[in-house]
Design a protein around this ligand. Structure first.
Ligand SMILES: [Zn+2]
Ligand SMILES: [Zn+2]
Ligand SMILES: [Zn+2]
Length: 341
């Protein structure tokens, strides 16, 4: 700690050509404060939220940000052989509900539409800042994947660079578009409908499926039926349908093994550096770490050391399980939380 906890910069890993965010102060992040009898910072009336009056969804600054607009210049003694840059950026938390527990499926449909709207607005607002190249929006749920606060919340990292996974997707979409003059994801959606065996749920504007090339046992992708690049491109009706499908997917997970499920939800949208990304197609990916009722799938040596994923099982079989769970989940959802018209 001490001097070292002040190190805050972005270092370049020249072996794999990736930026690493180094944030010394994040080592002091609290772990599950309520287990120590401390107040939840996201509940109404705590110091973080008390000035906001009555709210249903709020955006708060991340108290332990990996990136900051005020990040100091990198001290001279840190420069030398290695590449390094200022850790500028913005980290925020979206608290989706004043309720202390629950999941997206426990939020009623109209409220959830507001949550989608906040994701869209923050993407536009942060993306318009000149030092931001990418707005990464995501949600982690469950202590299995290291979430330190139980209260339902998502996160935003507004980044000064485009994440490597997005770079990789952009390259694939661009190459495909050059060759076929069509969108890669629009074609994937067409094929998935023809085959049908991996579809899980659809409404008028969105489709949820387990992709042919899933890496996680119960991975689910949510695709917009219209070719759009980011959340602000959606019209009001589409936002409502996105709210619906996010509730259905999370309810499906919680029904699958009749237990509250951890997951990661990530929005893959175009970068915000004002270049042309018309060939890209926005989507949402869900990764769920269980491969069975109480068996976790760990990313370990082969995954981390070589970036090779092994899929334990048969994707079409897991998709079938998810489709059945979805059917049960829909009955519960319809009853009390609003149904898409
Ligand atoms: Zn709370
Ligand atoms: Zn498309
Ligand atoms: Zn993606």
């Amino acid at each position: 700690m001490g001097e070292q906890s002040k190190v805050h910069e972005i270092r370049w890993n020249p072996l794999i050509c990736q930026w690493i965010i180094v944030a010394g102060h994040r080592g002091r992040r609290p772990w599950r404060p309520e287990e120590k009898g401390l107040a939840c910072p996201f509940c109404p009336g705590t110091p973080e939220t008390k000035d906001l009056g009555v709210w249903d969804v709020i955006v708060l600054p991340n108290k332990f940000p990996a990136l900051s607009p005020k990040a100091l210049k990198v001290p001279r003694f840190h420069m030398g052989f290695f590449r390094v840059r200022r850790a500028v950026g913005i980290c925020e938390v979206i608290v989706e509900t004043p309720m202390h527990e629950g999941d997206l499926c426990d939020i009623d449909l109209d409220h959830m539409r507001k949550v989608v709207d906040v994701f869209a607005k923050e993407y536009s607002r942060l993306g318009s800042l000149n030092y931001i190249k990418y707005v990464a929006e995501f949600r982690n749920k469950g202590k299995e994947i290291g979430v330190s606060l139980t209260h339902p919340h998502s996160q935003i990292y507004a980044l000064p660079f485009i994440p490597p996974r997005i770079m990789c997707e952009l390259k694939s979409f661009k190459r495909y578009f050059k060759k076929k003059n069509r969108c890669l994801l629009c074609d994937i959606i067409k094929i998935e409908y023809e085959e049908g065996s991996r579809l899980i749920y659809e409404n008028k504007h969105f489709t949820a499926l387990l992709p042919y090339f899933a890496m996680w046992p119960y991975e689910i992708h949510v695709y917009s039926k219209r070719h759009v690049q980011a959340l602000p491109d959606l019209n009001e009706e589409e936002k409502l349908h996105l709210a619906d499908i996010l509730r259905v997917v999370t309810a499906t997970y919680n029904t699958l093994f009749e237990r509250d499920m951890p997951y990661m939800m990530v929005f893959h949208q175009k970068p915000t550096d004002k270049k042309n990304y018309n060939y890209y197609h926005m989507h949402i990916e869900f990764y769920q770490p269980y491969r069975d009722k109480d068996k976790l799938k760990y990313a370990a040596g082969i995954e981390w050391g070589f970036w090779i994923f092994t899929y334990d099982g048969i994707p079409e079989k897991k998709a079938h399980e998810l489709r059945e769970a979805c059917g049960k989940a829909l009955k519960k959802l319809d009853k009390y939380l609003g149904k898409i018209p």
